[in-house]
Design a protein around this ligand. Sequence first.
Ligand SMILES: C[S@@+](CC[C@H](N)C(=O)[O-])C[C@H]1O[C@@H](n2cnc3c(N)ncnc32)[C@H](O)[C@@H]1O
Length: 899
Amino acid sequence: MGGRGRGGKRNRTQRRDFKDGRPNEWKRSRPASEGHANSESGWNPFVMESPAYEAFYKKQKIVPEEEWDAFIATLRKPLATTFRINGSGQFAHEIRDQMQRDFFDQLKSGAEVDGEVIEPVRALPWYPDHLAWHLNYSRMQIRKMPILERIHEFLKLENEIGSITRQEAVSMIPPLFLDVQPHHKVLDMCAAPGSKTFQLLEMIHRDVKPGELSDGMVVANDSDTQRCHLLIHQTKRMCSPNIMVTNHDAQLFPGLKDRSGRLETTSTDAEMWEEESNGLYFDRILCDVPCSGDGTLRKAPDIWRKWNCGVANGLHRLQIQIAMRGVALLRTGGRLVYSTCSLNPVEDEAVVGEILRESRGSVELLDVSSELPELKRRPGLTSWLIRDRKRWLCSASQIDRKRAGAVVPSMFPSGNGWDLSDILEPSTGVSSPPTDTEDDAEKKDVEEVEEDEGPPEVATLPLERCMRLLPHDQDTGGFFIAVFRKVAPFKAIPKIKESHKSRILRTEKEALTAEGETGLLVPAPIDADSIVAPPFLPAPPERDLLDIQVEDSTEVENEIEAEEPVSDNEEAEGSKVAGEELSMSVVSEGQEKLAASKDPNAIGRIQRQGRWKGVDPVLFLKDEKIIKSLVEFYGIKETFPVHQHLVVRSEDVSRCKRIYYVSASVAHTIQQNFRAGEQMKITSAGLKIFERQQTKEASTCIFRISSEGLPVLLPHMTKQIIVANRKDFRLILAEKVVQFSAFNDSTFAAALRELSHGCCVITLPTEGPDAPINSGAVGTAVACWKGRSNVGILITKAEANQMHQRISFADDDVSRSEEAVVAVEASQGGNMTSVDAGSELNVSKNGQKDNSINEPQNGTAPSKADQLDDGAHNQTEGTLMGGDVVGDTTEIVEISSAN
Ligand SMILES: C[S@@+](CC[C@H](N)C(=O)[O-])C[C@H]1O[C@@H](n2cnc3c(N)ncnc32)[C@H](O)[C@@H]1O
């Protein structure tokens, strides 16, 4: 196994990838209209036209003829900025009202820059509670108008702390049609970079009061490992224990069918029981599939140049496979939303039609015209043509046999045609689609188009229930959405001739079998070479496909032995850990059962925990001594269950650095995964709540609270919390490490001295100085390390500076308001109360600006340089500041203790 040289230390590339992973969404990128880089001549404008694109979509009649000009003109305009306020945040409505009052109202009156009227900021009318907004300014306008600059700064800050998320308007729509409830299990099949996942998580936490734990869960999956890291970072802002990130090809997403034959369930509902016993099922599934992306021309204008219809044709079958896997994993009664950011019917209505046909009554396409009534939408197409090379095809009967595989019957409105099994190649049992490279020529040769070969087919399925979002309707990008409900369990039937079955890879067979061993879905894999790189080209499959189903294979075992997993275990190597006598034993459900079985193979299974290449195992922390030390040191109440909720990612747990908190739903899924032989490749689970802290002095508890774990844990803590006044709170944020004697409030300093040595939490009072700090409402708080003579904060410099800036901003407002009161009182004979004056100046009742007190709901903001908290890829960056602290991963400011 790799030591530091191989796997123990994160390499620079990993760090760079991570840092680059989540760019600041509010840094203004060069607008689409400004062009693209050209090394010789600087910036050249993009050519925002494509004869092939225009010919294709005119022919498909995706807009009435009279609207064509408006449609195409809108596509050539850069996209406005849209953002959402995090709906589950405690202060979502306050932030919205504050923005409206302080910023947006001031722009309504037709303000001008250089004679050009500024477009007013407007709420997206269809988004619930007016929590999503649209604004459209150029960089020049921002430079010239201070109020726009302030808006921009405000949004940037709120985005960083997770209160708002910049997201394209149309991309906000699919989660809204999923109708997610807080208790739902949700699967986001193609989730990265995660804007919709974040929205789904918000829905899971909606209506959940601070301190309460939600029952629901979001599993965010993506096939691309690097993009999974983006996903982790994006969702980390939500501070949710209800998230799991997995890394699978969605069409092969494991069903967690229990192979042991032991069926355990807590469900009383008979149907649910039956389903659960057969594996993992979800109440809601989002299938936001990889697509050609031609609805995103406004923000990705290079697509104009690259566009050809071969990209969409090449993705059609993968999209069906992913959606059908979704149908199989959906619980009866559940909803599935299929969406693309493409306007091409072959990726949209054709896929929907095939889902309906293949599921044979198991799902229905919902008419959702009464939902989100303010949203302008067009009905799905019921008739279209297929373009293959230079031919327009009306039906499958016109497919040239040499092109069979590249063009398939499911692409046509009727879906009728030859059976795929007719064209299977005997050697592999699967078809090899001819390559589509010549489609590149298509875009140059539109004039040579052949004549139609007959009238287009008309679908008999109710495809008009699909929704098309057209750019000129609401000044957005283009998008496609279809909403399904599962009405009956889905049984796949063999589509492949019996003689070919045995030739299909076992992995594909099992992974594609929906509920039981009943059959196969169309298994023809996508020939990656046949696809011209789309914006989200599926990552080339790793060993994953084979690994999914291979049990106890020597080959796999050897491969795993040869891996250099980068684990928590290795990171901690060589570090001097205080309290080494604490042995941490972690036993997974699977390990326990295998060990108990005395099966000679069981030992092997235990040793190769973490069967997925480069991914550490997910193990429950079971060491009572450790758990007890955490519970006692922090005074964790029973309202916060810890048993079966604490998870580590290291086989050698005595060296693990991080402890994660998982919700009951995530814990249940992890157990299911163990029972099913770890089919699921879990990149990250839950929320990092504790981190090992190396210290020179013995502390009762060697784990400190992580900044993202703090908001979840704080309402359930009874010890190691202390309230500071604003002056002292600001002092510690500014200085990072403060001697007790330097605090202004001597009572606070004395109380601090009384705390146990180690991690503590310093808070601001939530509602006045005497309000109980853990009463449920979460105020501003920071985790610190209490030494013998000083205290230091346990967040990065960047996080501390950001928090300091926000509090100072609020305090400055308060003092400005106080000054105003004095002035008003003086002018009115001293009769006005400060509350009156404060409210005039937008200061909330408790004297704090609302945006300063919502911090902990979203956590102390993770810095951009922060690392993945996944055990396989993590190393905290930045500088932790701690009194008397020796950190094990970071540069630490060490303070000598005077007494
Ligand atoms: C349209 S993007 C998803 C956007 C995402 N839902 C969001 O809102 O941020 C498609 C994603 O699918 C992923 N992908 C491509 N092929 C996949 C497959 N076979 N299984 C799962 N994910 C896949 C890509 O890596 C990409 O991140």
